[in-house]
Design a protein around this ligand. Structure first.
Ligand code: FES
Ligand SMILES: [Fe+2]
Length: 387
């Protein structure tokens, strides 16, 4: 059964007191904690790894470094996305180093062992000496790539490293229910990614959790995002908690009228009385989502080190028409506007990372109103830590 959804600053779940403390600094700065966190928290749920549009064609491959793990996304012969550990079975060479199309066979750069797009080892050149490609007692079928469970939703590729989380759709259902009520049934079906000028990448010198936490709250809006605050002011925001998987904030006054060209198409099922609503969720553990009547975006946070995170933003629109020339200016304006907002967040996210090196900080305190979504994330994280 779906868990109840809590909305508004009146949110009862996760009510906090001023003395509530956040996670200890070690969870942001210690490599050993980072690996424990990967194996005990992140691995056991669905984490974002990339976007479906990263690998549109059969044979496309994209290596991704994820919390110290070399992974490989690819599109197989059936046009399905698959994820493997990006390591050759022979001597452990990283198999794919650069993104690109490999055709139907991925060859290791070291000794040219070849794998098909289902991860099966197919060729082992010279394994038995020059010109001898097979040896007795060695079966290719025993040495394929190790696969990682993956699934797609809203154009995002998710992985479940442990392999035993509930199906992705079930996991996301409370959030899907909430956004179907806002954007219409199966709103995800009409999402199209803008692969022309609809993406952005940033590297922040911070633990990925601080990007999640910063996105949870609108408290910093007037001071860090003064321009955004003019068309989507803090006073019009409300807290969001979607049990048990996400938290963030929403606004009632997001302005859709930027630029002079034709307005972008809106989601067909979007409630007309809520055209200026925008909702922003940190989907735990590492995806930031934003939905408005005429566009959607996702940011996948790729933790490259305990104190360094690659942020990948992808804009998506409500149907193919939105990508046409009449809407170019609006789409460019949106990317520009969001680029400013996310660049403004870098200094505060990095500043919090710096602060976590200090013994003078021991988890801090939460605003009992405006930090409710942030503390919800801390609860979610803490509950999943091993004793
Ligand atoms: S390590 Fe890949 S073929 Fe040798
Ligand atoms: Fe921000």
């Amino acid at each position: 059964m779906n868990k109840p959804i809590s909305v508004g600053t009146e949110t009862k779940e996760g009510s906090v007191t001023l003395s509530s403390q956040g996670l200890a600094n070690a969870w942001y700065i210690e490599e050993s904690h980072w690996i424990r966190e990967r194996d005990n928290v992140v691995a056991k749920t669905w984490a974002g790894l990339g976007f479906s549009c990263d690998i549109p064609d059969v044979g496309d491959t994209a290596p991704v470094s994820f919390m110290g793990l070399p992974l490989l996304m690819l599109r197989d012969e059936g046009s399905n996305i698959r994820v493997f550990h990006n390591v050759c079975s022979h001597r452990g060479m990283q198999l794919v180093i650069e993104p690109g199309n490999k055709g139907l066979m991925i060859r290791c750069p070291y000794h040219r062992w070849g794998y098909d797009l289902s991860g099966q080892l197919k060729t082992t050149p010279n394994i038995g000496g020059m010109g001898v490609h097979e040896v007795e007692g060695f079966s290719c079928s025993d040495h394929g790539l190790k696969e990682v469970r993956c699934a797609e939703f809203m154009g995002i590729v998710f992985v479940n490293l442990s392999g035993d989380a509930p199906p992705l759709q079930d996991h996301l259902q409370p959030m899907i229910d909430r956004w179907e009520a806002l954007a219409g049934k199966q709103f995800d079906q009409c999402l199209v990614a803008d692969t022309n000028k609809g993406s952005l990448e940033l590297t922040v010198n911070s633990n990925y959790k601080l990007a999640i936490e910063n996105y949870c709250e609108a408290y910093h809006l007037p001071f860090v995002h003064p321009d955004l605050n003019t068309y989507s002011p803090l006073s019009e925001h409300y807290n969001l908690v979607v049990e048990p998987l996400a938290s963030g904030q929403g606004t009632r006054t997001y302005d859709l009228t930027r630029g002079n060209q034709a307005p972008l198409p809106t989601f067909p099922g979007w409630a007309q009385s809520q055209l200026k609503t925008g909702e922003y969720l940190s989907l735990y553990p590492n995806v930031l989502l934003g939905i408005q009547a005429d566009h959607f975006f996702a940011i996948v946070l790729l933790p490259e080190a305990v104190n360094r995170t690659r942020e990948r933003l992808q804009l998506m629109y409500a149907g193919q028409d939105a990508l046409g020339q009449p809407h170019t200016e609006r789409r460019e304006n949106l990317l520009d506007a969001w680029s400013v907002v996310f660049a403004e967040d870098v200094s505060v996210v990095e500043g919090m990372q710096q602060g976590r090196a200090s013994p003078g900080f021991t988890g801090g305190v939460f605003s009992p109103v405006l930090d409710i979504p942030t503390q919800h994330f801390h609860h979610w994280f803490s509950e999943r830590l091993p004793a």
